[in-house]
Design a protein around this ligand. Structure first.
Ligand SMILES: *[C@@H]1O[C@H](CO)[C@@H](O)[C@H](O)[C@H]1NC(C)=O
Ligand SMILES: *[C@@H]1O[C@H](CO)[C@@H](O)[C@H](O)[C@H]1NC(C)=O
Ligand SMILES: *[C@@H]1O[C@H](CO)[C@@H](O)[C@H](O)[C@H]1NC(C)=O
Ligand SMILES: *[C@@H]1O[C@H](CO)[C@@H](O)[C@H](O)[C@H]1NC(C)=O
Length: 379
């Protein structure tokens, strides 16, 4: 022992004793090595120990004889992967959590001179959880929030930007940053604009970037401006079928019915927006209603049908005598929807502005009359 001390004193002039560590930046959930190696030691190492700042106690000690030992509750995520004889005190830390962010001190105890140590700062990165929220704007003329992009729980804070393409000054953005107690940050950026049909279906992109992300994330979004059916149009498709159309977002559902009677099942087929007459009989005569509806409201149009038989029994002519539309406001719709009264009153007071277009039994004349019908249908 005396000899050892003597040898140490003799050799104090050579390369400095040093513990090599190094700071680390690691993504949460991963695994890393806390590097620690003693070089140029001229004395024997009696113990390697680890401390997590600001705690003053060791949490792990490594002795030549017994190997690594936890001082308090064992945290199996720390594993000694160094080599005692080689003065390598490296630890592997797996399943890294945000609470592992700290400075770890690696201490070599030399005999007889005492401790040499180094601090390894473990810096953690948390990639954000990105999401888009459609604020379901409905048609209007005042600026409202259209869509919100969120980068939640990021460390360091993520940057959230909107690429709005040709929308330019029709939209603006605001960004809000919230700091959490655990050191992460949530960045929320909202796109504002006047909800017009003009900006409907425009593609925008939310771009999230940050040090914790391996690459930028781009979240495309098609702006949706929601509105109830605008007007209902009935178009004659073939000589015996009619189609109902409207502009609405989301797309409208169509229902055909007869306000005064039930649909004759055997002679009429309804498929979505299409009304098809299977055979031309006088029981088809009367008023038909097509209603277009979506989440935001409904609207309907009427069509009056009159079937006449010509001289030839196989020939027939279908006349659309009347086609008009009644538009309801959403409030009135709900009223009518709930009570059924509004609708009925509307029918009772309806002035029948009917117009007989023509009567014909020849296919040629029938074709000729199809055009004005269509025009009228698209009023
Ligand atoms: C590690 O980070 C600390 C501050 O966190 C700094 O003082 C030290 O110089 C860094 N060490 C190395 C090796 O980069
Ligand atoms: C210490 O040990 C670790 C794990 O075996 C190894 O990866 C590292 O290279 C060693 N350090 C040095 C300086 O030899
Ligand atoms: C940012 O968020 C906070 C908390 O949710 C809220 O009180 C504040 O009004 C927001 N600021 C803006 C500019 O949206
Ligand atoms: C940090 O705190 C926020 C808010 O409490 C939470 O949503 C988030 O999950 C936390 N992050 C981590 C990595 O623990």
């Amino acid at each position: 022992m005396l000899l050892l001390v003597f040898a140490f004193i003799l050799s104090t002039d050579v390369e400095a004793l040093q513990v090599i560590g190094g700071n680390l930046t690691v993504v949460v959930g991963g695994t890393t090595t806390l590097p620690c190696k003693l070089i140029n030691a001229k004395e024997p190492v009696t113990q390697i120990s680890w401390r997590k700042e600001p705690q003053t106690d060791h949490f792990l000690t490594i002795l030549s004889a017994t190997g690594p030992q936890f001082i308090n509750v064992p945290d199996k995520r720390f594993e000694f992967i160094g080599n005692f004889k080689d003065s390598n005190g490296s630890l592997r830390l797996s399943n890294i959590a945000l609470t592992d962010e700290a400075t770890y001190t690696c201490i070599f105890t030399l005999f007889p001179s005492g401790n040499v140590q180094t601090g390894i700062h473990l810096n953690l990165l948390v990639p954000p959880v990105t999401s888009l929220k459609d604020n379901s704007p409905t048609l209007g003329d005042e600026e409202i929030s259209l869509v919100t992009c969120m980068a939640a729980g990021s460390k360091p804070p993520a940057k959230v930007q909107w690429l709005t393409g040709t929308l330019g000054e029709k939209v603006r953005t605001t960004t809000n940053v919230t700091q959490h107690a655990n050191g992460t940050t949530t960045t929320v950026s909202t796109l504002f604009g006047v909800p017009t049909r003009e900006i409907n279906h425009h593609l925008v992109k939310c771009v999230v970037t940050g040090a914790a992300m391996s690459k930028e994330e781009s979240l495309p979004f098609t702006i949706q401006i929601y509105f109830s059916p605008i007007e209902v149009i009935i178009i004659k498709r073939t000589k015996d079928s009619f189609e109902c159309g409207t502009e609405a977002n989301p797309n409208a559902d169509f229902t055909w019915n007869r306000p005064e009677q039930t649909m004759p099942q055997s002679t009429v087929r309804v498929e979505g927006a299409t009304l098809q007459f299977l055979s031309m009989t006088s029981d088809l005569n009367g008023l038909y209603q097509c209603e277009a509806s979506n989440l935001y409201g409904k609207k309907h149009s009427y069509m009056y049908v009159h079937v006449t038989s010509g001289t030839c029994p196989a020939c027939w002519t279908l006349f659309v005598l009347l086609l008009f539309m009644i538009a309801f406001g959403v409030a009135a719709l709900w009223y009518s929807y709930k009570t059924g009264k509004f609708l009925r009153r509307e029918e009772d007071t309806r002035g029948v502005r009917s117009k007989v277009l023509a009567t014909s039994s020849s296919p040629a004349e029938e074709a000729a009359e199809a055009e004005p019908l269509r025009t009228e249908a698209s009023l």
